[in-house]
Design a protein around this ligand. Structure first.
Ligand code: NDP
Length: 391
């Protein structure tokens, strides 16, 4: 029986992971810890249903309602940032890292220190602290498996291959909610419009990041950090059907594509079952019905966020932490109605430019504390910029 923990269990990835565990033969998994944020009802229901040892909410003020919801269940209950780390540190064979945002970095690192397998959905961890994560895994013998569908696709396409023979990696992008909108209309896009994805069912933040392609920019950096590709080897192509998730171009001109339905349970299930393959409850694609697969180059005027990835990779170090924090804060301000949709990329660009010479960035070694400090400085910078625009 494999002992599993799910960080971010109440979210879209967390719920899909639990769905696969629910469908597995009885006795396959023992749930060690489930963590969530504000959705106490879901967290408590899942902790009871899966017989978790421990349920943790990230919010101290929700300890009392969580305790009440789990009264008499035998599930241990805790709250707050330290409790999240403790949950991640409980010995488990397999941990899903599916908290959204940089908040997932510290718990993910804590899980890696145990030396088990970390299924990594939280791409922000690699963007802000890729070298730290990889070094931690190497030191403890832990294995990191990608869960982002594009990175799972790359991982699968590279299986059995010599990575030195891979010349290019092509990451596909759906184009998000506004792929057919004129640029002028995108400027006036509302939060509700940006929160609906044409192909994938995901959490609100990543869905809006898909519409702006900030999500794809994160994935480009993630590909560099996870697989060690050079920035100039990474390409992005718009593929509206989201059937091909990524392609590897080899030195002999061959392209190896990963093809599958847009259902995260494929990538999650691959990581859950790795190194074997097992049946998964995903649709068998009918290619004749799909009929055609389209590809187009992303237009930099419509997706200014995408190009920022190469700016970030060119500088390296803690620039990824600046980029991610600026992006998260720009998204907060867009969701709160303080700024327009296209202003997010402008503000992140200005944060990258404005903080370029900041002493906090001038370090050679990435540590958790440094990422957290840069994250804090960048969020303050973004709030000042947004305040200035409003004033
Ligand atoms: P959701 O918003 O659906 O879920 C996020 C999870 O994190 C919830 O459990 C939420 O709790 C919890 N959470 C939110 N804020 C905090 C915090 N400050 N501290 C601790 N926990 C917190 O996100 P997704 O499932 O969509 O995405 C999760 C991660 O996976 C992201 O990094 C995303 O980029 C990545 N990813 C997602 C994909 C998808 O298909 N959804 C695809 C590929 C990658 P609660 O809801 O209870 O408040």
């Amino acid at each position: 029986m494999r002992r599993v923990t799910i960080l971010g269990a109440t979210g879209s990835i967390g719920q899909n992971t639990l769905d696969l565990i629910r469908r597995a033969p009885k006795g396959s998994y023992q749930v060690v810890a489930l963590t969530g944020g504000r959705n106490i009802a879901q967290l408590a229901a899942d902790a009871r249903a899966f017989g978790a040892e421990l349920a943790v909410t990230a919010h101290d003020d929700l300890l009392v309602p969580l305790r009440a919801a789990l009264a008499g269940s035998g599930v241990e209950v805790a709250a707050g940032a330290a409790a999240l780390i403790e949950a991640a540190q409980r010995p488990a064979d397999w941990t899903m890292s599916a908290i959204v945002g940089v908040a997932g970095l510290a718990p993910g690192l804590a899980a890696l220190e145990n030396g088990g397998t970390l299924a990594l959905a939280n791409k922000e961890s690699l963007v802000t602290a890729g070298p730290l994560l990889m070094a931690c895994a190497q030191a403890t013998g832990a294995r990191i498996l990608p869960v982002d569908s594009e990175h799972s696709a790359i991982f699968q396409a590279l299986t059995g291959e010599d990575i030195a023979t891979a010349r290019r990696v092509i990451i596909t992008a759906s184009g998000g909610a506004f792929r057919d909108w004129p640029l002028k209309r995108m400027r006036a896009a509302t939060v509700a419009q940006a929160s609906s994805h044409p192909n994938w069912a995901m959490g609100q933040r990543i869905t809006i990041d898909s519409a702006s392609m900030f999500n794809k920019a994160l994935e480009v950096i993630e590909a560099k950090e996870f697989f060690g590709f050079r920035p100039e080897q990474i390409e992005v192509v718009i593929h509206p059907q989201s059937i091909i998730h990524a392609l590897i171009g080899f030195c002999d001109g061959g392209l190896m594509a990963h093809v599958g339905p847009p259902d995260m349970r494929h990538a999650i299930g691959y990581a859950l079952n790795w190194p074997t393959r097992r049946d998964l409850p995903v649709e068998a694609l009918d290619l004749a019905t799909i009929g055609r697969l389209d590809f187009a180059a992303p237009d930099p005027a419509r997706y200014p966020a995408l190009g920022l990835a190469w700016q970030v990779m060119a500088v390296g170090g803690l620039t990824g932490a600046v980029f991610n924090a600026a992006k998260e804060r720009a998204l907060d301000h867009f969701i709160a109605g303080h700024i327009g949709f296209m202003a997010m990329a402008d503000l992140v660009q200005s944060a990258l430019d404005g903080l370029a010479g900041h002493p906090e960035l001038a370090v050679s070694e990435i540590t958790l504390e440094r990422v957290q400090s840069v994250d804090h400085v960048t969020r303050q910078h973004m709030d000042m910029q947004v305040g200035r625009r409003a004033g």
